[in-house]
Ligand binder design. Structure first.
Ligand code: GLN
Length: 483
């Protein structure tokens, strides 16, 4: 039962082969049995899940239908869930029960999803390995000595290990696509503004975007359908109609123009990954796509720009965690300053503190022009590169990551080494573009992802290309041994 995709679950529920309650019980038992190896959940919500499953079954019995009605999922632990701990992977919020649901959570609940729990993540979504969580590192089900990627590593590990079919995640610089690549999943970061950020605890507000992590493009289409749409509570959410993503999966790829940036294949890319990317290009050519070499000349500046902008926004967003209204508060503060200092010093981990310091420095008087403003100018150049490229091609293709999942602890002493691994993903966030990662093969038994980028609001195009690719390849069907 646990092997089913969202699409298969929807068919099984519609055909009355099993109930949502039965399926929910099977998956909850599986999580209890197998998750101790992975640490992919921070909280399990058994009672809520069983109640939601019963409600979904009753709705179906009353004649309602819908692909998500009765579908078990989990939420990354930065989506606020009313009355349930929403920790953001931080000691700072260990005792925080959100007073309301994030829009993503309430939309999916209305569509009938069943919330099994809240998934582990890098603290405040800062990281690429899921090792900065206060609740401990998450392990990659493909090899328990390796990281699952981050910051949505809990969602990725849980779905890859077949503990559940799909989960929500967020992507500020790659945190949906990179863990998808590291765990053999399909993950989609939508266009900035496509999915509401209301109730999603902010890391870098101009880059953050929620999206689906699942095994197939078809399942990403189903989950995105329940997440996307305008939200008056989020002033950056965009009032554009949401297409029927599942209906758009069967378009032909005949004549599809795929741009392959020459900058993607420089030094730093594992040559074995380069070979797998070439194979996926050949596969798409067989389906009728036309390949064109393109250039993204400002790509080399993207990492330094991102690692100024993201920490700058984080330093501002995280100033609200001061031990006064909510969050961790130190014992016996001597005075207000002592309260602030010790609450923040005790509540935030090392990576979060590092970013707050870098961000506050980049925003400070005298340095603002040299760092923050400069980074914003680079951001515009990165966007202009994409706009020029999309005049010539329909999608852009390349590796999701330069290397496969590294060993736990391998990059802990050198944060910049981890930052460099984000080279292919962060440009889409700087430009606000949609991007998808899908399985493309294995290196030393570890999964490799191929990334597709599209113009604004062309999530449907990405899902269509990925679905057609998955109808003709079987990488995405491979299951990690032991799960
Ligand atoms: N690895 C990037 C960072 O640490 C991206 C994280 C994310 O997308 N949330 O900032």
């Amino acid at each position: 039962m646990h092997q089913m995709t969202l699409a298969e679950i929807a068919r099984g529920l519609a055909d009355k082969k099993f109930s949502s309650e039965e399926l929910t019980k099977v998956l909850l038992a599986r999580i209890t049995q197998l998750d101790p190896q992975l640490n992919s959940f921070i909280s399990l919500t058994e009672e809520l899940a069983l109640e939601q499953a019963k409600t979904a079954d009753a709705r179906r019995a009353n004649g309602e239908s819908g692909a998500l009605l009765g579908a078990p999922i989990a939420h990354k632990d930065l989506f606020c869930t009313q009355g349930i701990r929403t920790s953001c992977g931080s000691k700072m919020l260990d005792n925080f029960k959100a007073p309301y649901d994030a829009t993503v959570v309430s939309k999916l609940a209305a569509a009938g999803t069943v919330t099994l729990g809240k998934t582990n993540m890098d603290e405040f979504a800062m990281g690429s390995a899921n090792e900065s969580s206060w609740y401990g590192a998450v392990k990659n089900p493909w090899n328990l000595e390796h990281v699952p990627g981050g910051s949505s590593g809990g969602s990725a590990a849980a779905v890859a290990a077949r503990l559940l079919p799909a989960a929500t995640a967020t992507d500020t610089g790659g945190s949906i696509r990179q863990p998808a690549a590291f765990t053999n999943l399909t993950g989609l970061k939508p266009t900035y503004g496509r999915v509401s950020r209301w109730g999603m605890i902010a890391y870098a507000s101009s880059l953050d975007q929620g999206g689906p992590l699942a095994r197939t493009a078809e399942d990403c289409a189903i989950l995105l359908q329940g997440m996307a749409g305008f939200d008056p509570n989020d002033s950056t959410s965009i009032d554009e109609p949401v297409p029927d993503y599942a209906a758009g999966l069967n378009g032909s790829l005949q004549g599809l123009r795929i741009g392959v940036p020459k900058e993607y294949f420089g030094a730093g890319l594992d040559p074995r990954i380069a070979d797998l990317i070439q194979n996926s290009i050949k596969e798409l050519q067989k389906l009728g796509a036309v390949i064109k070499e393109i250039s993204l000349p400002n790509m080399q500046h993207a990492i330094p720009a991102y690692y100024v902008i993201a920490p700058a926004e984080a330093s501002s967003n995280l100033s609200r965690f001061d031990g006064v209204r909510f969050g961790h508060r130190c014992e016996d503060p001597k005075n207000l300053e002592d309260l602030y200092k010790r609450s923040r010093g005790e509540g935030f981990g090392a990576e979060v503190q590092r970013r707050i310091m870098v961000g506050a420095y980049a925003l400070s008087a005298g340095y603002y022009d040299a760092y923050y403003l400069k980074a914003q100018k680079i951001r515009r150049l990165v966007k202009n590169d994409f706009m020029a490229a999309f005049n010539e091609v329909d999608i852009i293709l390349g590796p999701t990551t330069p290397n496969p999942a590294w060993k736990l602890g391998a990059k802990n002493s050198d944060p910049v080494a981890a930052y460099l691994e984000d080279v292919y993903t962060i440009t889409a966030n700087l430009a606000g573009l949609p991007g998808l990662s899908m399985p493309a093969g294995f290196v030393d038994g570890l999964p490799v992802g191929v990334q597709l980028l599209a113009p604004y609001f062309q999530e449907g195009r990405l899902l269509n290309v990925a679905h057609q690719y998955q109808l003709n390849t079987d990488w995405h069907t491979r299951t990690p041994t032991g799960f």
